[in-house]
Design a protein. Structure first.
Lengths: 300, 295, 90
C-alpha cells in the first residue's frame, strides 16, 4: 500500500512547482542543518557508550597492578607496557592467539568451500526437500552449543581428534556453514540467471563457469561471508574450550589463568583482552565497504 | 527468481550436508540416547522417560527458563528500538560513514568471555569506571551482592554487545531505499514521522524479522558473558538456560537429566525458529508476488 | 558406536524417522505434492505438514509425560491420530 502512495507522489512531483522550490529548499536545508547537528550529538553519545568499556580495558592494560589497586585514575599515571611484553614473549600466552587463529582459519576455509556449491544449489534450483533442508540448516545456526557439549566431547574423543585445532574447526562448522550458506544464497540470488545461461551457451562447463565467472561476480559477498565466519568462530569459547586441553587451547581459556588464589592479575587480563580485539578490527577494516550489505544477509 | 527443478542439485549440497550432519545429527542422536538412560561410568541402564519427568518438574530449570524469557524479551524491547534509532542517525556516506561503521561493529568482534571480563573490570566498585562512578553518586552499587544491580548490569552489557547487530541490519535496510522516495517525500512536505512510518519502516520489516530472530536465538545461547561477569549470581538470579545446562552436564556429570533438558531446550528453539522462518518466507513470497504484479 | 550408547527404543525411533523421510521422498517422486490451504493458518505442502506434525507430537509427548501420570503409549496414540488428521486436512 505504501508503495502505491509513493508512486503517486512521484507522479505528482513531476508537476511544475518551480516558483516556490528555491525558498522551500533553503528552509529545508536550514532545518536539515539543525537536525544533522542533533543527530551527530545523539550518535556521539552512543559511540561514547560503545567505546568507554573498551577504553577502560586499554587503560587498565597500560597500568601496573599496583597502580590499578591503589589509585583510581582516568588514564595511566605511570604508563607501562609490561603486560603486553609479557604476553608477546611468553609462548604459553601467545600460543593461545596462534591456536585461536589456526582453528578460525581452518574453519573459514572448510565452511566457505562447502557452502559455495550448496548456496548455489539453493539459489538456482528446486529440489526435493530443499525448503526443509534450508530450515534444518537454520536450526543449527540457532542451536545452543551447550546442548551439544557432551556428545561433542565424546565424539571427538572417540575419533581421536580431542585437543586438536581441526576438532574445534569442525565443531564450529555446526553454526558457521549454515550462516555461510544463508549469506551466500542471498548474494547469489541477486546475480541474474541470464549470466549462467549465457556462459553455458558459450560452452563453459559447470566447474569452469563457477570458478571463472560466478565466483568473481560475488567477490564482495564472499568477503563479507568470510568476515562473518571469522567473527562467529573467533568469539565462540564454550565449544573451543571443551574440545581442547593444552595443545590447541584458545586464548579465551588461557585468560582464565590470570585469576589465581592470590587475586586477579587485572593488568595482564586487560592486555590479553585488548589483543583479542585487534584481529577483529583488522578484518572489519577490509570489508568496511560491504559490511552493510552483508548484515542484511544479501537480501535487502 | 524462477528456479529450475533439478534434483541433481543434491550433489552440490552433499559435501555441506555430510559435514553439518557430522556435527549436528550424530550428537543429537547421542543426546537422545543419553536422555533415556542412567549412565554411570561404563554402565548404562534404560530408564525410559524418567529424566523427562524429573526435568519438566524441576523448579530450578523452570525458573531458569522463566529468567531466560524475561531476559530475552527485555533485551529485545531495548535493542530493537535503539538499533533502529542508531541506524537512522548513522551518516550515509563519506569517511565518517566508514569510521562509524567500524566503531559500531567493534563490540560484535570481542570474544564473548572477554566481553564478560571487560564489563567485570568496568563495573567493579573499586577499579571500574562505571562501578566507581555510580558509587561516587551515592548509590551502593554492587553486582555480587545485589540481584537487581547484577540483572541491570547484564542487560546493559547485552545492549552494549548486541545492539550493533540490529543497528547494522537496519542501516543496510535503509541503504536499500532509493533516494527518489525521499525526494518525493520532501516535495510532499511529509513530516519526519511520516517518512519513517511510510517509507523507512516498511523497508525495514524484512531485515528486522531476521534481526529479531537472530537476537532472540542468541539471547538463548548467552553463556560466557554472565558466567564471567556474575558467575550466575548473586544466588541464581542471573543463571540462564545455557549456564544451568553446562553446570549440569560438565560440573555434575548428570548425563541423563542434562540430555533430557537439552532436548526440551532444543524443541523450544525449533518451534520458535519455525514460526520465524515461516514468517520470513511468507514475507518474501508476498514481496515476489507484488513485484511480479507490478511488472 | 559404543560411546553413542544406543538402546533399542531410540534405535527404533530413529529408524522410524529415517524411513518416514525415505517414504516421503519416494512419494514425492511418484506424485509431487501441491501446496494447499487446510485448517492451518498457512498454505502447506506435505513435507511442511509432516514437520509440524512431528514437532507438535514432541510437545504432546512432553506435556503428557511431564505433567500427567497417563501412560506414554496414550501420548503416542494421540500423536499418531493427530498426525493423520494433520496430514489429511491440515
Amino acid at each position: 500500500m505504501s508503495q502505491s502512495t509513493i508512486t503517486n507522489t512521484q507522479a505528482r512531483s513531476e508537476a511544475p512547482e518551480v516558483t516556490s522550490s528555491s525558498g522551500l529548499t533553503r528552509a529545508v536545508s536550514r532545518q536539515k542543518g539543525e537536525s544533522v547537528g542533533r543527530n551527530r550529538f545523539l550518535l556521539s553519545i552512543y559511540l561514547l557508550f560503545t567505546l568507554l568499556p573498551i577504553y577502560w580495558l586499554i587503560n587498565m592494560s597500560l597500568k601496573s597492578n599496583r597502580e590499578i589497586l591503589s589509585v583510581f585514575s582516568l588514564w595511566p599515571q605511570a604508563l607501562t607496557f609490561d603486560s603486553y611484553i609479557k604476553i608477546l614473549t611468553d609462548p604459553s600466552w601467545y600460543m593461545g592467539y596462534v591456536n585461536s587463529l589456526t582453528y578460525v582459519a581452518m574453519n573459514m576455509t572448510i565452511s566457505i568451500l562447502v557452502a559455495l556449491p550448496a548456496a548455489y544449489a539453493f539459489s538456482r534450483f528446486k529440489f526435493i526437500g530443499d525448503k526443509h533442508l534450508f530450515f534444518w540448516l537454520l536450526t543449527n545456526l540457532m542451536a545452543p552449543p551447550a546442548v551439544f557439549l557432551l556428545p561433542y566431547f565424546q565424539l571427538y574423543y572417540t575419533v581421536g581428534l580431542f585437543d586438536t585445532h581441526i576438532a574445534v574447526a569442525l565443531a564450529h562448522c555446526l553454526f558457521n556453514i549454515p550462516l555461510a550458506v544463508w549469506i551466500l544464497e542471498g548474494f547469489m540470488s541477486s546475480v541474474p540467471k541470464e549470466v549462467d545461461e549465457t556462459a553455458y551457451i558459450d560452452g563453459y562447463s559447470f566447474p569452469a563457469f563457477f570458478i571463472k565467472i560466478f565466483i568473481p561476480m560475488i567477490r564482495s559477498g564472499i568477503g563479507v561471508t568470510l568476515f562473518f565466519l571469522f567473527m562467529f568462530s573467533w568469539v565462540e569459547l564454550l565449544l573451543a574450550r571443551t574440545l581442547t586441553a593444552t595443545n590447541a587451547q584458545p586464548i579465551g581459556a588461557i585468560m582464565t589463568r590470570t585469576s589465581t588464589a592470590s587475586g586477579v592479575d587485572w593488568s595482564t587480563l586487560a592486555a590479553a583482552g585488548v589483543l583479542t580485539i585487534v584481529p577483529g578490527i583488522l578484518v572489519v577494516y577490509f570489508v568496511r565497504n560491504h559490511i552493510a550489505k552483508g548484515f542484511a544477509l544479501g537480501r535487502t | 527468481m524462477n528456479k529450475v527443478e533439478n534434483n541433481k542439485a543434491w550433489f552440490l549440497v552433499l559435501p555441506m550436508l555430510v559435514l553439518v550432519a557430522f556435527s549436528a545429527i550424530i550428537p543429537l542422536m547421542t543426546v537422545v540416547n543419553y536422555s533415556v538412560q542412567d549412565i554411570l561410568g561404563r554402565s548404562a541402564f534404560f530408564v525410559g522417560s524418567e529424566w523427562f519427568v524429573q526435568t519438566l518438574n524441576d523448579s530450578r530449570l523452570q525458573s531458569a527458563l522463566m529468567r531466560q524469557f524475561a531476559f530475552s524479551f527485555t533485551i529485545l524491547a531495548i535493542q530493537v528500538p535503539l538499533g533502529i534509532a542508531i541506524a537512522l542517525l548513522m551518516p550515509k556516506k563519506g569517511w565518517q560513514a566508514s569510521a562509524v561503521l567500524i566503531l559500531i561493529t567493534l563490540p560484535l568482534l570481542v570474544p564473548w568471555n572477554v566481553v564478560g571480563s571487560m564489563w567485570q573490570i568496568f563495573t567493579r566498585g573499586d577499579i571500574g569506571l562505571m562501578g566507581y562512578g555510580i558509587r561516587q553518586l551515592g548509590y551502593p552499587y554492587n553486582i555480587t551482592r545485589n540481584a537487581t544491580d547484577a540483572w541491570v548490569t547484564i542487560i546493559i552489557m547485552d545492549v552494549w554487545h548486541w545492539t550493533p547487530l540490529i543497528a547494522l541490519l537496519c542501516y543496510s535496510g535503509l541503504r536499500a531505499i532509493p533516494e527518489a522516495y525521499y525526494q518525493a517525500a520532501r516535495i510532499d512536505r511529509a513530516s519526519k514521522w511520516a517518512v519513517f512510518r511510510y517509507i523507512q519502516l516498511p523497508k525495514l520489516t524484512n531485515v528486522l524479522v531476521i534481526g529479531v530472530l537472530l537476537r532472540f536465538m542468541h539471547s538463548f545461547m548467552i553463556y560466557a558473558e554472565p558466567f564471567v561477569l556474575t558467575g550466575g549470581g548473586p544466588g541464581s538470579s542471573t543463571t540462564f538456560l545455557s549456564q544451568t545446562l553446562a553446570t549440569m552436564a560438565i560440573g555434575q556429570q548428570d548425563l541423563g537429566p542434562s540430555a533430557a533438558f537439552s532436548i526440551i531446550y532444543f524443541l523450544i528453539i525449533l518451534a520458535v525458529s519455525y514460526v520465524f522462518y515461516v514468517t520470513i518466507m511468507n514475507m518474501q513470497k508476498d514481496k515476489a508476488e507484488n513485484n511480479a504484479g507490478g511488472a | 558406536m559404543q560411546w553413542m550408547v544406543w538402546t533399542l527404543p531410540t534405535a527404533i525411533f530413529f529408524s522410524t524417522i529415517a524411513s518416514i523421510l525415505a517414504g516421503m521422498t519416494v512419494w514425492q517422486l511418484i506424485s509431487p505434492t501441491v501446496e494447499r490451504k487446510g485448517f492451518l493458518p498457512i498454505a502447506t505442502t506435505r513435507g511442511d505438514r509432516l514437520f509440524i506434525g512431528l514437532l507438535t507430537s514432541a510437545y504432546i509427548h512432553l506435556a503428557i509425560v511431564g505433567f500427567t501420570d497417563i501412560s506414554l503409549w496414550f501420548a503416542l496414540g494421540i500423536s499418531i491420530l493427530w498426525m493423520v488428521i494433520l496430514m489429511r486436512w491440515g
